[in-house]
Design a protein around this ligand. Structure first.
Ligand SMILES: Cc1cc2nc3c(=O)[nH]c(=O)nc-3n(C[C@H](O)[C@H](O)[C@H](O)COP(=O)(O)OP(=O)(O)OC[C@H]3O[C@@H](n4cnc5c(N)ncnc54)[C@H](O)[C@@H]3O)c2cc1C
Length: 389
């Protein structure tokens, strides 16, 4: 798919930003397990926190393919920055744009686009990960509003967020789940803990507790009982954002490998002269290109609402997005693993960049739906399509 001049421009701008403002600090952020406040201001200044928000709400209103190119470039800089941007511009912004009332959109979209409020997506719980229909966090009607109680686990951006998109039980079963816009600054939201993660160390993975938190009636996003629909819709975009994040990690690992293989000599020749290393480099280039092509195709389908017809491929957008996330995250993990191998003993050391990329890549196979569960979704869709003839 040929990119337009605007898409190339945005990608170049994001790469330049990542090279100048992110990459020089990555090691320190990883070691300190935090992103500095200043980076959010800089991201907002260039519009990276309003990639998908409408222009009349202060956003760039980019088409999905372009927004994904920006997220990929930011993730090439650092996967923690990429994850923060992916959740914020992905499921949180998407849910507001698709399901928000005019008042909710007017309140929150300008804050998200300007970086005044960072968005977080709070679906998972201790006992409800791959099966969020088992969630227990509950909202009870109270006067004109609601009272929210329960815990959410692994909330990315959970501590610094200004807006939490929280999914809570308002009835039985899947139709008993509702989505709520929770102002993070209101009292009554307790940070129970922060996870120590394998990778993505600068990104926050937070457990939040709500204890009889009072919400206004206007906090309900979409209709009561529509939470499953809101989450499923938001996760289509969210999973494509994770795919873009994965490609940023893979691209970084590939570039480091190319450079190192050209510089490091053994047996009197650069590593890049060995067939075994060339095979790895070729595999990296091929898998990245394949995953990127699939991502851009599916993003185009989401944007236009038109699916590629024919063949026995899954034809629902959730399955297409799931397939793209699985492909890109496995590319990231495989490429990062090969990069560590190409670096040899140095690859295993913290002093070189590729071990971090391998740690970061692993997360993409797990969040926003594990790859096992997403494969299940893809297979169910394909089987249904085949059955329908
Ligand atoms: C870094 C990080 C950031 C995260 N950020 C967020 C966030 O911002 N918001 C949020 O809501 N959540 C977030 N999560 C949570 C994440 O989405 C869950 O961890 C994930 O959905 C898996 O749930 P679980 O950990 O409970 O694993 P489980 O559901 O217990 O699964 C354990 C294993 O069993 C497999 N499995 C489960 N069911 C099936 C099945 N039907 N078929 C085959 N295999 C199956 C899984 O694939 C996995 O391998 C984050 C997680 C991480 C690691």
């Amino acid at each position: 798919m040929a990119l337009t001049s605007e898409q190339l421009e945005i990608r170049a701008m994001a790469r330049e930003f990542a090279a100048g403002e992110i990459r020089p600090h990555v090691e320190a952020w990883d070691a300190h397990r935090a992103l500095p406040e200043a980076i959010f201001g800089k991201l907002a200044e260039l519009g990276f926190l309003g990639l998908r928000a409408p222009e009349d709400h202060g956003g760039l209103e980019l088409d999905l393919v372009t927004a994904l190119l920006a997220v990929e470039a930011l993730s090439w800089g650092d996967a923690s920055v990429g994850l923060t941007a992916a959740i914020h511009n992905g499921p949180v912004t998407r849910a507001l744009v698709a399901f928000g009332s005019p008042g909710q959109r007017d309140t929150w979209l300008p804050k998200l686009a300007s970086g005044e409020a960072i968005g977080a997506f709070a679906l998972s719980e201790e006992e409800a990960g791959s099966d969020p229909s088992a969630l227990a966090c509950a909202a009870h009607p109270s006067g004109d509003g609601w009272t929210l109680s329960g815990e959410k686990r692994w909330v990315t951006n959970g501590e610094r967020a200004g807006l939490l998109l929280v999914f809570a039980r308002t009835g039985e079963g899947r139709d008993g789940i509702s989505a709520f816009l929770v102002d993070r600054s209101q009292p009554g939201i307790e940070v129970v803990g922060r996870e120590r993660t394998l990778g993505l160390s600068a990104s926050e993975s937070i457990t939040l507790r709500f204890q009889d938190l009072a919400l206004s009636g206007d906090a309900l996003l979409g209709a009561q009982g529509e939470g499953w629909k809101v989450a499923s819709d938001a996760l289509v975009v969210g999973r494509l954002m994770v795919a873009a994040q994965s490609l940023g990690v893979a691209e970084a690992a590939f570039e480091h490998s190319l450079r190192y293989a050209g510089e490091r000599e053994q047996f009197g020749t650069p590593l890049s002269g060995f067939g075994a290393i060339q095979e790895k480099l070729a595999g990296m280039a091929q898998r990245i290109a394949q995953s990127r092509a699939l991502l851009q195709q599916v993003a185009g389908e989401v944007e236009s609402g038109e699916l590629v017809q024919g063949g026995s491929f899954p034809r629902s957008l959730p399955a297409r997005a799931a397939m793209s996330k699985v492909a890109a995250s496995e590319t990231a993990m495989w490429v990062a693993d090969e990069a560590v191998q190409i670096f040899g003993g140095y690859g295993y050391m913290r002093d070189y960049p590729v071990e971090k990329l391998m740690r970061d890549a692993k997360g993409t196979e797990i969040y926003e739906g594990t790859n096992e569960v997403l494969r299940w979704l893809v297979a169910r869709d394909a089987i249904r399509e085949a059955g329908e003839g």
